[in-house]
Design a protein around this ligand. Structure first.
Ligand SMILES: O=C(O)C(=O)C[C@H](O)[C@H](O)COP(=O)(O)O
Length: 198
């Protein structure tokens, strides 16, 4: 979460674009890449993107232990899930892989704390009440850190990142539309500057 505080959330439909997309994002300064398991080629895309120098590739939309095992076998260095289940948390512990599960309310966070977790994705961030909702949760759970995702854009990312409980943000805006390497690199560069990526 602190390595590079803007995480592109990627839905790879065309495997041949996996490497060029990763190269463009890394060239622009975004090195932590989340590949969602929402497409048939997602697992292969994780393998391809992991070959790109400087890329730190993980899996998103991990819904159960089987997804997690497939993602880890493909080389995922971290796991993101839209929600928090005991099954996914246990599988992450078993595979010794960092897990960023989604939370939407205080009860979710408390279940996460019970499982030994303190870093969560706040999802879906905008639909869940946006920054006011996160501020209210952060005031109660002082040591918890969040990665808001869902509705984050280049227009509001800086505002989220300015909150001390927000360690990073995630979003699909970096690769939205038809793939154009120059456009992706330029969006990544802007986002990296916003987030002071090293
Ligand atoms: O399913 C998951 O595990 C996810 O990672 C969900 C994504 O974070 C959001 O769908 C991204 O939301 P947008 O940036 O608004 O497109």
């Amino acid at each position: 979460m602190t390595r590079c505080p803007v995480i592109p959330v990627l839905v790879i439909q065309d495997l041949s674009l996996a490497r060029p997309i990763a190269q463009a994002l890394v060239a622009g300064g975004l090195t932590t890449l989340e590949v969602t398991l929402r497409t048939d080629c997602a697992i292969e895309a994780i393998k391809e993107m992991s070959k790109v120098e400087g890329a730190h590739v993980g899996a998103g939309t991990v819904l159960n232990g089987d997804d997690l095992a497939r993602a880890v076998d493909a080389g995922s260095q971290f796991i993101v899930s839209p929600g928090l289940t005991q099954e996914v948390a246990t599988a992450a512990q078993r595979h010794d892989v960092p897990l960023l599960p989604g939370v939407a309310n205080a009860g979710d966070i408390m279940r996460g704390l019970d499982l030994g977790l303190s870093r969560f994705k706040f999802f879906p961030a905008m639909a869940n009440g946006g920054l006011p909702a996160l501020k209210a949760l952060a005031a109660v759970f002082g040591k918890v850190r969040f990665c808001p995702t869902g509705g984050i854009t280049e227009g509001n990312a800086a505002e989220w990142l300015a909150h001390p409980a927000v360690s990073c943000v995630g979003g699909s805006w970096l690769t939205a539309g038809n793939f154009d390497a120059d456009a992706v690199e330029s969006r990544a560069r802007q986002a990296a500057a916003l987030a002071n990526c090293a």
